[in-house]
Ligand binder design. Sequence first.
Ligand SMILES: Nc1nc2c(c(=O)[nH]1)N[C@@H](CN(C=O)c1ccc(C(=O)N[C@@H](CCC(=O)O)C(=O)O)cc1)CN2
Length: 284
Amino acid sequence: MKTIWGNELAKEVKDSIRSEVDHIKANGRRLPVLAVVLVGDNPASQSYVRSKANACISVGMENRTITLDGDISQAELLATVRALNADDKVDGILVQLPLPKHLDADSVIMAIDPSKDVDGLHPLNAGNLLTGRPGFVPCTPKGIMYMLKSVGLEDLAGKRAVVCGRSNLVGKPVALLLQNQNATVTIAHSKTPDIESICSQADVLVVAMGRPKMVKASWVKAGAVVIDVGINRMENGKLCGDVDFDAVKDKVSAISPVPKGVGPMTVCMLLANTLEAYRNHERG
Ligand SMILES: Nc1nc2c(c(=O)[nH]1)N[C@@H](CN(C=O)c1ccc(C(=O)N[C@@H](CCC(=O)O)C(=O)O)cc1)CN2
């Protein structure tokens, strides 16, 4: 069994981004800028936003973190996004999710200029992915495809892929990306009957259900490649995925761990998307 270490792959991606940013700097050009909007004081979101800021610094990009009170109005949040849209120096905009319950995330995402939507969540970018056009691909799915490539899985013709989860952030876009690589894809979710037997037929299994250690050995096909997107905090304070790593590790050919699996890939793909937005803006 091979462990797919996202932290090591992320370092590889960041090294290549850093050398491009170094080159930009050496030519005296303006640097790529990522703006991250954090609403409220959710500790997990605060920590993810901090890692995004640190990741920007580590590759030489500029970061602007805009922290807003948890009781901000929808109109104030939309005004913040519109000001970032209008700011020529900002290449990428990301609104950290989830938002407090009184806010409508959909209309906030819709307000982001699609050319700055480095999260790939605006309907224009989602539609581009659906129809096979260029655009921003959401960071976690993009990272998952990089992880699969790292274990030799690029053309997935003849492979059966099962995605557990149907969110706009992970499940739906990763299913499209797998299909674009010729996999035969099934999307399963919390209301799918017999989900265990569907998962057990997968050559590639991507799990994003938010259910700690849900996937046991009987859920996986021998030799499958398993990507665990879940990040769950256990009572002892440690993190675990949606897959029971110890129970399945001897049955699969490769598996991503939690932590140090998909999470770090999400952050480095955000940097990759920001650099892409910067290049597009510079091209005009
Ligand atoms: N606007 C967005 N919001 C959210 C996204 C997103 O892609 N865009 N994804 C998640 C959270 N997320 C990034 O925002 C994220 C989650 C996890 C990690 C990570 O590196 N996790 C570490 C463990 C960290 C810990 O100790 O708690 C790991 O898995 O090794 C990075 C980013 C929801 N919101």
